[in-house]
Design a binder for this molecule. Structure first.
Ligand SMILES: Nc1ncnc2c1ncn2[C@@H]1O[C@H](COP(=O)(O)OP(=O)(O)OP(=O)(O)O)[C@@H](O)[C@H]1O
Ligand SMILES: [Mg+2]
Length: 254
């Protein structure tokens, strides 16, 4: 069984069915990309995986490390190693980025080992500085309130810093490339590449082939109207970039 296995997933928001029988398997060590037009349900998939209460699963199942993910609360999913970098990160004025990350890290450590007393502050500072260096972030960032007044690109970097801190087993990046300038795209991608490895699986949700030049995917999936309709290798993204969605739409909505 795959580390993350999504079978026949149906998800509804209010009365509308958004995901209509989605299947996907991701193993640690693999990088998957999902591409698809606006409104096909990519973020819906990401939110459903994290357990957002507004998304109602009406059919299908999700197994994460052999456990029924849908039975778990969002924090339990996080502790188990699931991570989502949001398409639209929220601001939390009054909570510094450093404090937020330390709390998140400590919660995860405590769940792994109930005896854990939390990472000592000096050790955490060193740890965080190293991660920020990796992402070429100014250290003063750590003292700012979470996402409060951050530019679009800064928010995305803060998300990747959070990922670097939590070291998840499955990381979902929802349009982490949008809003990044060319340098930031490279730096964030390098950050992800440094973190990727046999212990982490990554799902990159993106509209553009460009980020996949940096974060080389093992698999590319195309999503249309709530389903994955085609899967292939990295060349599928190139093909899509060239031809657009029209041919696929004709093929799958006929
Ligand atoms: N809270 C909500 N209430 C009502 N409809 C919603 C809500 N959230 C999402 N939807 C609808 O669900 C559909 C899928 O949205 P979703 O955000 O998953 O698309 P997406 O594939 O991520 O699109 P994009 O590429 O624009 O980010 C859209 O039609 C959207 O309007
Ligand atoms: Mg989206």
């Amino acid at each position: 069984m795959a580390d993350l296995e999504i079978r026949n997933l149906h998800v509804r928001i209010d009365e509308t069915e958004i995901l209509k029988g989605l299947n996907l398997k991701i193993n640690k060590g693999e990088v998957h990309a999902i591409m698809g037009p606006n409104g096909t349900g990519k973020s819906t998939l990401a939110y459903t995986l994290m357990g957002h209460p507004g998304y109602e699963v009406t059919d299908g199942e999700i197994l994460f490390k052999g456990q029924d993910l849908l039975e778990l609360e969002p924090n339990e999913r996080s502790v188990l190693g699931m991570f989502l970098a949001f398409q639209y990160p929220v601001a939390i004025p009054g909570v510094t980025l450093a404090n937020f990350l330390r709390s998140a890290l400590n919660a995860r450590r405590k769940a792994v080992n109930p005896e854990d007393k939390g990472i000592p502050v000096p050790e955490f500072r060193k740890f965080l500085k190293a991660k920020m260096d990796l992402l070429k972030m100014d250290h003063s960032f750590a003292g700012r309130y979470l996402n409060d007044g951050f530019s679009g690109g800064e928010k995305k970097r803060a998300e990747i810093l959070q990922m670097a801190t939590l070291q998840p087993e499955i990381a979902i990046l929802d349009e982490t490339d949008s809003g990044l300038d060319i340098d930031a795209l490279r730096i964030v991608s390098e950050g992800v590449n440094t973190l990727r490895g046999p212990e982490m699986g990554v799902l990159v949700i993106t509209h553009y082939q460009r980020i996949l030049n940096y974060i080389k995917p093992d698999y590319v999936h195309i999503m249309l109207a709530g389903q994955i309709v085609e899967s292939g290798g990295a060349d599928l993204a190139l093909h899509l970039e060239e031809h657009g969605y029209d041919l696929l739409r004709e093929k799958y909505t006929a």
